[in-house]
Design a protein around this ligand. Structure first.
Ligand code: KIV
Ligand code: NA
Length: 270
């Protein structure tokens, strides 16, 4: 099976009335990518790895080198999905030139197909600069976690008329600037519906609406790795319990010399 392409993803918005929503999950490691890849259209190496993998309090301290190391692993572990890598905080905001320098490193050193960056109208020039120079960009608007300090938290966006209008303008601006798709995170549902219907590129929702052109979740969130998750997460498994149980059984067996048994040790053949 050939790897999906960015244009193929973009076209999905218009593939008839039966248009099937795009499936996207985060991946940070090669083995995780291998397991998720057959089920997904896109794998996102999200800067959420700051919290999920590195135990950081937010995504702000995530570096380009971290994104590149995990991005390369996910590309190596997948062959079907489009792999997108998040541009970390501080690597793209100051100018289109700075963004190009960072994005071109990400593309060259990981082999990914596209980058994602946070921001709407303010990032429109940068999105058009990158996309005209061979770097497909997915925008990320609504609740943008890199702006947590400016937004004052991770609460839903688009509640006031003013915020609604601002996020709608962001969506139009990034689509106009040439973003091939956008993530729309943590917004009032009616705004998500309105945006999906008013832009001509796929809108991938997270805490948005079933009406969006696709959905994304953080894989560890949907696997039930964490006790506390946002309202928009559905837990499809309870992997925390599975890991806790396995570690408890292993620890008990080690302490009682129940592990290893004859099956797990090397002896000369007779
Ligand atoms: O970093 C991330 O995981 C993301 C998704 C939640 C969209 O940006
Ligand atoms: Na992100």
């Amino acid at each position: 099976m050939k790897r999906l392409t960015v244009p193929a993803i973009q076209r999905r918005k218009f593939e008839g009335k039966t248009q099937e929503p795009l499936v996207m999950l985060t991946a940070y490691t090669a083995r995780q990518a291998q397991l998720l890849d057959p089920h997904c259209d896109m794998l996102l190496v999200g800067d959420s790895l700051g919290q999920v993998i590195y135990g950081l309090p937010s995504t702000l301290a995530v570096t380009l080198d971290m994104m590149i190391a995990h991005g390369a692993a996910v590309v190596r572990g997948s062959y079907h999905s489009v792999v997108l890598v998040d541009m970390p905080f501080g690597s793209y905001e100051s100018s289109p030139q700075q963004a190009f320098a960072s994005a071109s490193r990400i593309m060259a050193e990981t082999g990914c197909a596209a980058v994602k960056l946070e921001g709407g109208e303010a990032m429109a020039d940068t999105i058009s600069f990158l996309s005209q120079r061979g770097i497909p960009v997915m925008a990320h608007i609504g609740l943008t976690p890199q702006a947590v300090n400016a937004l004052g938290g991770y609460g839903a966006r688009g509640k006031s008329q003013q915020e609604h209008a601002k996020i709608m303008a962001d969506a139009r601006a990034v689509a106009q600037a040439g973003a091939f798709a956008m993530v729309l995170e943590g917004v009032m549902e009616e705004l998500a519906v309105a945006i999906t219907d008013s832009v001509d590129v796929p809108v991938i929702g997270i805490g948005a609406s079933a009406h969006c052109d696709g959905q994304v979740l953080v894989t560890e969130d949907m696997l039930g790795m964490f006790d506390r998750v946002p309202r928009f997460v559905k837990r499809y498994e309870n992997i925390a319990e599975t890991i806790d149980g396995a570690a408890a059984r292993y620890a008990a067996e080690v302490r009682t010399r129940g592990f290893p048994t004859d099956d797990q040790v090397y002896r000369p053949k007779i």
